[in-house]
Design a protein around this ligand. Sequence first.
Ligand SMILES: *[C@@H]1O[C@H](CO)[C@@H](O)[C@H](O)[C@H]1NC(C)=O
Ligand SMILES: *[C@@H]1O[C@H](CO)[C@@H](O)[C@H](O)[C@H]1NC(C)=O
Ligand SMILES: *[C@@H]1O[C@H](CO)[C@@H](O)[C@H](O)[C@H]1NC(C)=O
Ligand SMILES: *[C@@H]1O[C@H](CO)[C@@H](O)[C@H](O)[C@H]1NC(C)=O
Ligand SMILES: *[C@@H]1O[C@H](CO)[C@@H](O)[C@H](O)[C@H]1NC(C)=O
Ligand SMILES: *[C@@H]1O[C@H](CO)[C@@H](O)[C@H](O)[C@H]1NC(C)=O
Ligand SMILES: CC(=O)N[C@H]1CO[C@H](CO)[C@@H](O)[C@@H]1O
Length: 892
Amino acid sequence: MFAQKILLGLFACAGLSSAIPMDPVASSYPKFSGSRNPDSCPGYTASNVVKSDSGLTAGLALAGDACDAFGFDLKKLKLEVEYQTDERLHVKIFDEGLDVYQVQEALVPRPPHSKASPDSSALEFSIVEKPFSFKVTRKSNGEVLFDTSAAKLIFEDQYVRLRTSLPKNPHLYGLGEHSDPFHLPTNGYRRTLLNAESPGIPNNANLYGSHPVYFEHRGEKGTHGVFMLNADPMDIWINQTKSGDQYLEYNTIGGIIDLYFMAGSSPTEVSSQYADVIGHSAMFPYWSFGFHQCKYGYWDVNMVAEVVANYSTAGIPLEVMWTDIDYMDLRQDFTTDPERFALPKVRELVTTLHKRGQRYVLILDPAIHYNDSYAPYKRGHELDVFLKNKDGSEYLGIQWAGTVAWPDWFAPNTGKWWAEEIAKAFDAESGIDLDGIWVDMNEASNFCKNYDCNARDPGNNPPKPEHAPRPNTGRPIPGFPADFQPTKRAEGGQMKGLPNRVMWDPGYTVGTHLTGLTDNTILFNTTNYDGTIHYDTHNLYGHMMAHNTYDAMLARRPGLRPMVLTRSTFAGTGRKATHWFGDNTSTWEDYRTSIRQMLAWVSMHQMPMVGADVCGFNANTNEKLCARWALLGAFQPFYRNHAELSTIPQEFYQWPLTMEAGKKAIDTRYRLMDYIYTALYYQTKDGVPMINPMWFLYPDDPNTFAVQEQWFYGDALLISPVTTEMSDVVTFYLPKDRFYDYWTGEPVDGQGANVTQSGVSFTDIPVHIRGGTIIPRRVNSANTTALLRQQAFELVIALDAKGYAKGRLYLDEGEKIEQTDVSELTFEFKDGALSTAGSLGFAPATGEVDTVKKVIVLGQASAGSGGAFDSATSKVEIEGEWDLSKEFKVQI
Ligand SMILES: *[C@@H]1O[C@H](CO)[C@@H](O)[C@H](O)[C@H]1NC(C)=O
Ligand SMILES: *[C@@H]1O[C@H](CO)[C@@H](O)[C@H](O)[C@H]1NC(C)=O
Ligand SMILES: *[C@@H]1O[C@H](CO)[C@@H](O)[C@H](O)[C@H]1NC(C)=O
Ligand SMILES: *[C@@H]1O[C@H](CO)[C@@H](O)[C@H](O)[C@H]1NC(C)=O
Ligand SMILES: *[C@@H]1O[C@H](CO)[C@@H](O)[C@H](O)[C@H]1NC(C)=O
Ligand SMILES: *[C@@H]1O[C@H](CO)[C@@H](O)[C@H](O)[C@H]1NC(C)=O
Ligand SMILES: CC(=O)N[C@H]1CO[C@H](CO)[C@@H](O)[C@@H]1O
């Protein structure tokens, strides 16, 4: 959540120029004085290559005079190669002295080295000693996947370059977070990874998160993935040399080279292997698939209640109500505005929501109002949880609350303090008994542009909330208590970062959409408690906040799966949190963008519970866009309508078309909830994505490689929305396969060609079932997910051309972390009969139902032995009663 106009206003009054000045303040910092000529760099020579049973090590020495292109060349490096599993190869190049920053193990736990043998590995590592380079080859077909002879390695304190050559016209994906084409450009393309406040989610720019992993698809020759575990700001160039040689090049301003090669060879296998590297997604509660409503500008608790009531009156199921920073007193975390969101009244709201089977989620920002009479600050100060200046005083910035201090997530008490504040403010008995937490502005976003900002100047404070005229407090800053701890400094050999680096304008300039590297965030020279500095750890700030919030919610609601939504992320954040795509605009362009972003997040970044702000965040939406978006969002994992302060209201009940579309969308989504919940479960278990890009299921069909406006919801439902303004026509691709129209059940034979469908009303969305699949769904929808669980099931069997189909269903209680009674069912249809198998431990709670009342077979040539047969659509429907807690067979 972000109000662009406020920031712009702030910049204007701060009067800063857009050029990045040389650091005028910190004369103690060395100025950059390198050659800026990477072509002159000598590269490295390998020696002492020692092979072991499952890898090799070597020493690397600078092969000539230092070039000091954008920093100082490191003379001695080490190479470590591990065949970790048969499908995963780990290649690490780091400084001999172990000073260079390495991402802390606790933040991104490393996968185990299972010591596979080079002989059994799908990949082969080969080394050229002089000039040093290495190659990774797929053994089965000799495909060279990675070859660093494309350019000499450069390893400096503030610049690391590694280039690999690639085949011509490579099919590359991933490298989020961005809003660029799903199928990445290959010429002159720069991907910057530098987490930043990004209003309008611009194209070709760094956004809120960093996921340095790419998937490369080579059609029938296989798919592989490459993950670079480096959190420093970086540019990844995908470009061609003058002579047309294709390459991908990492340019980081620090850290080491830490590469994980994942052999695939199918795209879903790469997803699974990546999940094994950075951690599998958490399982999120059943209710988190319900429909969510939020808006910045629900300016009092009465209005929040009114929105809930209006949804009800309109007959549109609302599962989760959210409140943005409006609820806070003076924009301070853990407070409620005494007039507009009086605590007793908010408590009453939550009690009422809970009684109705609905949920409540609130926002928190990382920045803590710097004010001695603000208890969360005071307690945090006493526990020494805030980032420090060199002199031990707290490092200050400006955020919604005005002058703020920032939690240092590395300090020993910070997690505990955060959890205690959450426990206190959201205590079920005396506070707000919320169900989930949304963490925002955690890149971290700082309204101070850079070191030139006087955070203590009340004139810099953001305007007070609209709709809430209150006295201008002015907020003079009190002096610092004497008991501040001096900041710990890094000592050598601890992988905490080299000393004496240039903080403001290192030689290599990453391509941020902000005007400077360390703009509008926590200054890069700020030291963390463990001695690392923000220069290296900046991209991990949101990741840490999200993970700490998960832990806090778990402590607050022991045993229950936390629902934490975060804006800023790093590789592995999905282990504990969900994400929305940030602050975009109510435009058709952004509606389309949400599709390709979802594809990358779910299938490549292992963050399955994602989605865009439905109907758009910034600027006014309209009835038709919002109607289409209601349907689009229903087939994305996280489904929340949310808008900015100054926009018109956009709840689904605001317009007739939107209301009709929203009802249909939610009805369809809810009936399919167990199907998608099952898909999430298998993603958490196996890393197999719950949303499939079309090429994941048709990897041999080149027509699918660049498809970014269609997707598979689960692995059975192909969604092909109308994507252009005020149109009722959509052209979409159908691979050569058997499909069925989801709405009519009619068979549609894909020809490996585009199909144009017209007359798609604003309350329709084309959906096809892929032949060969079985979809469990509820016979009816319901107003809440709790009531939904009281509906019986039906099974939709969509036969492939050979009369075969299979599917699966996972059933559990829905919210507990430790599940004891679960079912993992498989359904199979062959030789004219449906059969079930699997573990059958699920016992429905009182009122819940696990019976199947209907079996629907699509693509059946004749009536078979019973049931109603519709020859026009070749559909058979059989009613009956089958218990999912027992194995059963149905003969058609
Ligand atoms: C960071 O740099 C700024 C600007 O030069 C300086 O005022 C500040 O003291 C530095 N902070 C630390 C922790 O060195
Ligand atoms: C891509 O490479 C070409 C050829 O080396 C070069 O001229 C061009 O500047 C590069 N593109 C960008 C955007 O740097
Ligand atoms: C709720 O509905 C009423 C009646 O249509 C309308 O006047 C009111 O503005 C709505 N309130 C909100 C917050 O949407
Ligand atoms: C701190 O907050 C209190 C309570 O809101 C307020 O009265 C006081 O003016 C604030 N002090 C400063 C220094 O901002
Ligand atoms: C289908 O249409 C899209 C959009 O017009 C186009 O880019 C694509 O190449 C077409 N695919 C095929 C197989 O014709
Ligand atoms: C939800 O509740 C409304 C109002 O009580 C009712 O009309 C509607 O049928 C319910 N919807 C579902 C899907 O049960
Ligand atoms: C990717 C994308 O669609 N970005 C758009 C987000 O919104 C801003 C403001 O409308 C546009 O300028 C971007 O192109």
